[in-house]
Design a protein around this ligand. Structure first.
Ligand SMILES: Nc1ncnc2c1ncn2[C@@H]1O[C@H](COP(=O)(O)OP(=O)(O)OP(=O)(O)O)[C@@H](O)[C@H]1O
Ligand SMILES: O=P(O)(O)OC[C@H]1O[C@H](OP(=O)(O)OP(=O)(O)O)[C@H](O)[C@@H]1O
Ligand SMILES: O=C(O)c1cccnc1
Length: 467
């Protein structure tokens, strides 16, 4: 595993920090916002993931002796290297809760720290949050269509290198039940599960001999892969024989797995044959390049599949290579700052901020999050940050503040939440979002607006900096 020390950063962060240090600006303060601009998978929402992981790493972030030795060979002053020797993150973080449903162009997290610390944690923050949010979102789309059927993560072998470790964590947040990834299961306390490979069957002289050996060796989690030679003529009949042998020993065959061919047709035929043999309890698992669309289609075809094993399309976030999450400066030394762009959608929002989820008086979501200055009390109208003529009256809405203080003086403000707690919270939050935002085709666009005060501040700064 990679050693997460403070060199898990981009060189330009160190170069900028060096300059701040040499210019006597090391105690200048900064506020940065984390947000993304485009929802992945052309979907209507994203699931925020990676926060607990990030906080743990920030609590322990420092430059090792080895790091300092390496940096000494680069172009940094001795005084700066001495500063880095004692570096630790001692700032504040306000954040959405991990697992929450989030939308584009609104802060998900805000960092307040001295400028060097805030800058040096940018890369690790983006690296952890962007990837896990992408994968948790992908996983949640499969959970939406799979109903209460089991979803297993099979992705480690297809993942982008060690990214598979974090993909397995994020998959659980999105609603997967277990993983085949042993190291992630061990480290994150995830249920581990697995079946068998084709090689196991090939390595015996006959399929039935392989099945028998496995059933005898693993009677408690025996899932037989039935498609190595011929699913309906060989694999399934052999699995039935083994199932019956296990019954005679007072054991139960847990399942069979299909990994090729027409999964709906084969699952229906296998279910019939298993039921006719009195093996109604034997589960049917399916795998082979599954994703949310194939799972949805299989279930629409009424395929009697109990368990879906998903690898490639889960852990690579296919077809989206990355979440475009960014980290933008919104205040420097208590002065609000702005980044100008030709496109209003890319003009940043200055100030320390709060984000509110808006609900009607019955407590139902109205499909909008409002961004205010942090100290503002309530909001009566929210304004579209991009289309200046659009606004929405919200004075009668109930509001839920979404950004919470999660780190102060570089330490968590509350106990680390377990992955199970995060996954349960995420399911609850996703459940509260109306269906229109969750459909795959042309989902409703969730509204994000800014308060009048923030709008005015932004316009003032736009005037000041626009050339
Ligand atoms: N009934 C079905 N409806 C929709 N999609 C299906 C159905 N059955 C299988 N699929 C999906 O169709 C794709 C089939 O891919 P492919 O043709 O490579 O598989 P295959 O026929 O099993 O070949 P191989 O033996 O090389 O794995 C997979 O993504 C699979 O999950
Ligand atoms: O299709 P994915 O969603 O990526 O799921 C993972 C795949 O990995 C395994 O195949 P592989 O050919 O690597 O090994 P095997 O010989 O055990 O089938 C498994 O049988 C799945 O087909
Ligand atoms: O346990 C399995 O069946 C498994 C694990 C990893 C990849 N494919 C399948």
């Amino acid at each position: 595993m990679i050693n997460f020390t403070a060199t898990y950063t981009d060189q330009y962060q160190l170069a900028m920090a060096h300059v701040y240090f040499e210019n006597g600006q090391k105690d200048h303060t900064a506020v940065f916002d984390y947000y993304f601009r485009k929802l992945p998978f052309d979907g209507g929402y994203a699931i925020f993931a990676g926060l607990e992981d990030l906080l743990s790493k920030l609590e322990n972030l420092k430059f090792s002796d080895d790091d300092l030795k390496y940096l000494r060979e680069q172009d940094f002053s001795e005084a700066f290297l001495q500063y880095l020797k004692d570096f630790k993150f001692s700032g504040k973080i306000y954040s959405a809760q991990e697992g929450d449903v989030v939308f584009p162009n609104r802060p998900i997290l805000q960092v307040e720290a001295n400028i060097i610390e805030a800058q040096l944690i940018e890369t690790i923050l983006l690296n952890l949050l962007n990837f896990q949010t992408l994968i948790a979102t992908k996983a949640s789309r499969m959970r939406l269509v799979a109903g209460n059927r089991k979803l297993l993560d099979f992705g480690l072998r297809r993942a982008h290198g060690p990214g598979g470790y974090y993909a397995s964590r994020a998959a659980i947040i999105g609603g997967f039940n277990s993983t085949s990834n042993v190291v992630a299961a061990k480290d994150f306390n995830i249920p581990v599960s697995g079946t068998m490979a084709h090689s196991f069957i090939q390595s015996y002289d006959s399929e039935i001999a392989a099945f028998r050996a496995f059933a005898e060796g693993r009677p408690n989690d025996c899932v037989l892969l039935v498609d190595t030679y011929n699913t309906l003529k060989s694999g399934l009949p052999n699995a039935v024989t083994i199932g019956k042998e296990m019954e005679e020993r007072g054991e139960k065959l847990m399942g069979i797995r299909l990994d090729s061919g027409d999964l709906a047709y084969l699952a229906k035929e296998c279910r019939k044959m298993l039921d006719e043999a009195g093996l109604e309890y034997v589960k049917i698992a399916a795998s082979n390049q599954l994703d949310e669309y194939v799972i949805k289609s299989l279930l629409e075809q009424k395929a009697p599949i109990d368990v879906f094993g998903v690898g490639t399309n889960l852990v690579t976030g296919n077809p989206d290579a990355a979440l475009d999450g960014v980290y933008k400066l919104s205040m420097s030394n208590n002065i609000p700052r702005l980044k100008i762009s030709e496109s209003l959608s890319k003009v940043t929002i200055p100030h320390k901020k709060q984000v509110f989820r808006l609900k009607n008086t019955n407590g139902e979501l109205i499909g909008a999050d409002a961004i205010t200055m942090r100290e503002e009390n309530g909001i009566d109208r929210m304004y579209d940050p991009q289309e200046i003529l659009k606004s929405l009256p919200v004075e009668t809405c109930e509001t839920e503040a979404l950004l919470h203080l999660v780190m102060e003086k570089g330490k968590r403000t509350s106990q680390e939440r377990s992955l199970t707690e995060i996954a349960e919270y995420s399911a609850k939050r996703l459940n509260s979002i109306p269906e229109e935002y969750k459909r795959f085709d042309n989902p409703h666009i969730y509204k994000v607006g800014i308060s009048k005060k923030l709008k005015k501040e932004r316009e003032m700064l736009l005037k000041k900096y626009k050339v």
